[in-house]
Design a protein around this ligand. Structure first.
Ligand SMILES: Cc1ncc(COP(=O)(O)O)c(C=O)c1O
Length: 344
């Protein structure tokens, strides 16, 4: 029996068929020749394509080896010894790691637990910002692992005030088609960087491509980020095939919405469980702490791998990445079965 992995926030629906076709039909030149896209006055065919999609100048579209790489590029460019990075209290562990790598200081601003979701406390964020005067602020929307987003109004309120810092909006988990909003934001706010990836919605984590749209003050970052010999040619073609398959991904985003609802409705009924509303391809669930080790063993034995959280603020929680509809049903059935057996 093969394990079902629901612990890595991948997209088990898989990429659009057109992406696989590119890989199948790839010609040898894609492998042995460098790209010469610079002759067309662009970094790469993908940055050119994204520039058209978003209507943002190509020099302000950066590419990276996943969003991970772009986050690191920003931090390496703008955070040095003892400079401050402000991040959400509940966030991807990697944010702290990349600040530590350059001896930066991590400052946290709180995410608040509401009745059925986490939310950004804007007043608190701004208060801490004024006090700490950080060099970079990360906002993650939807946020990993809580799944909540920042509303457009709140985001604008924050961006209007955070004039002295570089602000990174990590949208790795965005699932909707809000390209126009992203383009408007980077044209309005010169210190803003919006980061996205092909890993999540597009189900292309293995090709390692992320991109950033950057405001006009970020020319040093844009310069340093540039790769003289170009970018991975086959990965770019696959990414473009994904951009050319909007219907496929609208359908996936739609399926994910009902997948989330299924988890929300089914697991919320279990004693001591609280499922948080999520806008991402995963759900965070609070569970009775004492059932975590036996539940972990049970699910592992059954071949379903989910994430058992073990962080300072989230240690009575599981995070389940959405699988295919069939995988989700199986995960839910097994969790219910475990709870039933455990209660008898
Ligand atoms: C919040 C967040 N941002 C960015 C990433 C990086 O994704 P990738 O490097 O695959 O593009 C992840 C990966 O899990 C993530 O959780």
């Amino acid at each position: 029996m093969e394990n079902i992995y629901l612990d890595r926030n991948e997209n088990n629906y898989g990429p659009a068929p057109a992406c696989i076709e590119i890989a199948r039909n790839a010609s040898a030149d894609l492998f042995y020749q460098y790209s010469t896209d610079y002759k067309k006055g662009i970094k790469s065919i993908l940055s050119g394509r994204l520039s058209n999609e978003f209507n943002v100048p190509e020099k302000r579209v950066l590419l990276g080896y996943g969003a991970e790489d772009l986050l690191k590029q920003v931090v390496q460019c703008h955070l040095h010894n003892n400079k401050k990075l402000m991040i959400p209290s509940h966030s991807w562990w990697y944010y702290k790691e990349i600040a530590n790598e350059v001896s930066g200081i991590n400052i946290e601003y709180p995410l608040i637990e509401g009745d059925d979701s986490y939310y950004y406390d804007i007043e608190k964020l701004l208060e801490i910002y004024d006090r700490e005067n950080p060099d970079i602020v990360f906002v993650s929307s939807p946020n990993n692992p809580t799944g909540n987003s920042i509303s457009s109004n709140d985001l604008v309120k924050v961006l209007d005030k955070l004039k002295n810092s570089v602000v990174v909006l990590d949208e790795a988990y965005w699932l909707s088609n809000n390209n126009e909003q992203a383009a408007n934001l980077v044209s309005t706010y010169p210190n803003l960087i919006i980061i996205r990836t092909f890993s999540k919605l597009y189900a292309l984590a293995g090709i390692r491509i992320g991109y950033a749209l950057v405001g006009e003050n970020l020319s040093l970052l844009a310069k340093i980020s540039n790769r003289y010999l170009g970018y991975n040619r086959i990965s770019q073609k696959i990414a473009i095939a994904a951009l050319d398959s909007p219907e496929y991904y609208v359908d996936i985003a739609y399926k994910m919405k009902s997948d989330r609802e299924l988890y929300f409705n089914e697991l919320n009924r279990l004693p001591g469980f609280k499922v948080y509303k999520s806008d991402a391809n995963f759900v965070l669930v609070k569970v009775p702490k004492e059932i975590m080790p036996p539940m972990n063993n049970f699910l592992k034995e059954m071949g379903v791998i989910i994430k058992f959280m073990n962080e300072k603020l989230l240690n009575s929680h599981i995070r389940i990445s959405l699988g295919t509809q069939e995988q989700n049903k199986k995960a839910i059935e097994l969790i219910k079965k475990f709870v039933e057996q455990n209660n008898n």
